[in-house]
Ligand binder design. Structure first.
Ligand code: PEP
Length: 253
């Protein structure tokens, strides 16, 4: 059975004091996660160790990095490697968020390398894909996302791809308050699963968690997560408000 995941992406928000308070409120809230349900918190690098301690051995709650470098080590000032993440027991890493693609010009090829580095160190990449508004308006979003998957993930074998979590995040819905409808989300998730199925086989595709991201809130999470190919969400803005994120976690089906 594939995992259902509510993943928080704090981005470049929260001081240590604010982040500690937020995480404490969520960890201490009344949340019932079943065996295949997970809450993941992608916090800024400086907070990884302390956040991991806060989550402690709370079952099915994990801390994630928001990014990693595509090389394992070397002269890359200011960067963080998966080797470093693994050494502090971080098990998840967001890869290829649209903000990294847009502002830091990350390419599908570099992201393929980041996925490989993560898997080499036993870290689950949360691989983001999704189209900009112009592509959605042109109606070519399926092809656009297929190319992202093809160029960053299709070098993997059937075993490795099942260790990847995919997050579909239409760029026009990120931080805009404009959510894809549940139907739009389902259509794209079904497309992604069929592309995975063609490449890796139906059984493999059925095992891969595909999260939706783009203005998910407490109020709309249940409807979006109830779609058959939506296995949870990657959440920015609403993950910064404890009551909202608790509601989102509790909306996992
Ligand atoms: C995100 O940052 O991945 C995201 C989906 O942001 P928001 O929920 O704010 O749209």
């Amino acid at each position: 059975m594939r995992k259902q995941i509510a993943a928080a992406n704090w981005k470049m928000n929260n001081t240590l004091e604010e982040g500690t308070k937020l995480l404490n409120e969520i960890v201490g809230a009344d949340i019932q996660l079943s065996d295949n349900q997970f809450a993941i918190f992608a916090v800024p690098f400086p907070y990884l160790i302390i956040a991991d301690q806060q989550v402690g051995d709370k079952s099915n709650m994990f801390i994630a990095a928001q990014n990693c470098h595509n090389k394992m080590a070397g002269a890359y000032t200011g960067e963080v490697s998966v080797d470093m993440l693994a050494s502090i027991h971080i098990h998840y890493c967001v890869v290829g968020h649209s903000e990294r693609r847009e502002y830091f010009l990350e390419t599908n090829q570099q992201l393929a390398e980041k996925v490989d580095r993560c898997l080499e160190k036993g870290i689950t990449p949360i691989f983001c894909c999704g189209e900009p508004l112009a592509i959605r308006e042109a109606g070519t979003q399926n092809d656009y996302v297929s190319v992202q998957l093809n160029e960053s993930l299709f070098h993997l074998d059937a075993e490795a791809i099942q260790k990847v979590v995919i997050a579909y995040e239409p760029i026009w819905a990120i931080g805009t308050g404009k959510t894809a409808t549940a139907t739009q989300a389902q259509e794209m998730h079904a497309h992604i699963r069929s592309v995975l199925s063609n490449q890796f086989g139906e059984g493999v595709a059925a095992n891969i968690s595909i999260l939706y991201g783009g203005s998910v809130k407490g109020a709309n999470a249940k409807e979006i997560f109830s779609q058959p190919d939506v296995d949870g969400g990657l959440v920015g803005g609403a993950s910064l408000i404890s009551s909202e994120f608790v509601q989102i976690i509790n909306a996992l089906k």
